[in-house]
Design a protein around this ligand. Structure first.
Ligand SMILES: *Cc1c(COP(=O)(O)O)cnc(C)c1O
Length: 469
């Protein structure tokens, strides 16, 4: 069924007016074919479109590094409460005590989870939290009159790490990964010096492995006066188990939309957060929320603050959802990570004999395997073929240091049956690769065609009709 309609029917006979915007010719709409459609046809059209979408509510979505966990409906119920959903951002603090308490309480809980002394929930995403952290580092060293121009980042890091360094006009010093999947400690020792502002480390790293030399790295960084920054996007492996502040980090960001189950994908909105040790607290963005005599107040009187990062106090709806998720687990919060790590190791064990394993260690909440033994481009073909079996592909070709990488993160919200099924599908595809390679190379067969995944995202063609080109 093809539908073209216009909500405002009177517009179809529109005669040009003097103050009409002068649109370029190619953007002008000629006569508008208005098919007669009734309500149920419209409903069916949009329901049909909605079914073409793939999301965590339709099936398993094991994108490594993205923590695509289930978004519990209780989060939505709480976020929908009128007091939260209808509150105006300009409501004065004394009329918004409940909302301020929610922000304050989540900050308190994140302090407890990470061991940090202060948190800001203003950043809209992990990447913006990194930006905030590096802006803070820049200001901190400027005030100490120290000229530090470089940031150390391992080569397994997420692309946002070096991008952040560049945005703040720091130079990135890339450290290679050693045979066990850790940042190479000898190379790190060669790179560290008084010109290093920040050592930025992801723990567990993007290979899904805990950094084994962290305490040595921290000691050396401290001796050289550098700040330790933790990219905490992988906190799903550590909740209630280990505190990044105890591991020697001065700052950490958490992605609320990964670790704490708020929905994400398709560009947001998400939620970031930055936690810092006491000596960096005054640099956090204003306003800060303070509890004074059992009341919550805004404090913008912070001379050292880097300023404002986001309108108002961040993405409030995401903050409510994250707090709900944490509270629904309560004191059992460590179970989130225990199950996430167990699920990843279980699936890893099911698959490790079928694929090349670049780093054969017990993994954290995700793992990386390689399809390089099946030839070049086999990973993209496997990923396309997974679609035919009704599943979403894992993250592929990341981290960049692993050839033909598949990066799988099942999260704590998946059942053993789902993991078994996914392993079975991957094993089947490998068998197909050997017996019927063309079947895999031309996949997927159950969609209108084989899209170029980069072009499909960058050059959106909503008028594309299957089999026409
Ligand atoms: C997702 C991720 C980021 C970036 O976070 P966004 O919220 O997507 O901006 C940074 N580092 C790592 C390791 C990540 O997985």
């Amino acid at each position: 069924m093809k539908l073209i309609f216009n909500y405002n029917q009177s517009n179809t006979n529109h005669t040009p007016q003097e103050n009409d915007v002068d649109l370029p010719e190619e953007l002008k709409r000629g006569s508008l074919p208005l098919n007669d459609v009734n309500e149920i046809q419209i409903i069916r059209h949009y329901t049909e479109l909605s079914r073409k979408n793939y999301g965590i509510d339709t099936n398993f979505y094991p994108l490594g590094s993205c923590t695509m966990k289930y978004n519990p409906r209780v989060n939505e119920d709480i976020a929908k409460l009128p007091g939260f959903s209808n509150i105006h951002p300009h409501t004065p603090a004394n009329h918004a005590q409940g909302a301020l308490e929610v922000i304050w309480e989540l900050e308190e809980i994140l302090k407890e989870i990470t061991g940090m002394d202060a948190f800001s929930l203003q950043p809209a995403a992990g990447s913006q939290s990194e930006l905030l952290g590096v802006m803070i580092a820049k200001k901190y060293f400027a005030e100490k009159n120290e000229t530090r121009t470089k940031i150390i980042i391992p080569d397994s890091a997420h692309g946002t790490n070096p991008a952040t360094a560049a945005m703040c006009k720091f130079q990135t010093v890339t450290i290679p990964t050693d045979k066990r999947g850790n940042m190479d400690i000898d190379e790190f020792k060669k790179a560290i010096g008084k010109d290093i502002a920040v050592v930025m480390i992801t723990n567990p790293n993007t290979l899904g492995l805990y950094e084994e030399n962290l305490s040595e790295i921290k000691n050396i960084a401290k001796e050289n006066g550098a700040l330790m920054y933790c990219d905490g996007a992988n906190m799903n492996a550590l909740l209630g188990i280990s505190k990044p502040a105890d591991q020697g980090f001065d700052m950490i960001h958490l992605n609320l939309h990964k670790t704490f189950s708020t929905p994400h994908g398709g560009g947001g909105p998400g939620g970031g957060s930055l936690g810092v040790k006491l000596f960096l607290e005054d640099y956090l963005p204003i306003p800060r929320i303070k509890k004074e005599n059992e009341k919550f107040v805004f404090d913008s009187n912070k001379e050292k603050s880097v300023g404002k990062l986001h309108s108002f106090y961040g993405n409030f709806g995401i903050i409510v959802r994250a707090l709900t998720y944490i509270k629904s687990w309560g004191v059992d919060i460590q179970k989130i990570s225990q199950i996430a790590v167990l699920n990843a190791n279980y699936l890893f064990c099911l698959l490790k004999d079928d694929f090349d394993v670049p780093y054969d260690r017990r993994c954290a909440h995700e793992f990386v395997i390689s399809a390089k033994n099946f030839g070049e481009k086999s990973t993209i073909n496997i990923a396309k073929r997974i679609i035919d079996y009704g599943f979403h592909a894992p993250t592929i070709y990341f981290p960049l240091i692993v050839k033909e990488a598949l990066m799988i993160e099942p999260t704590e919200t998946e059942s053993k049956e789902t993991l078994d099924e996914y392993a079975k599908v991957l094993k089947t595809i490998i068998k197909e690769l050997q017996e019927e390679p063309e079947l895999v190379k031309n996949a997927p067969h159950t969609t209108p065609g084989r899209l170029d995944e980069v072009k499909a995202a960058r050059k959106l063609n909503l008028r594309w009709i299957p089999n026409e080109s």
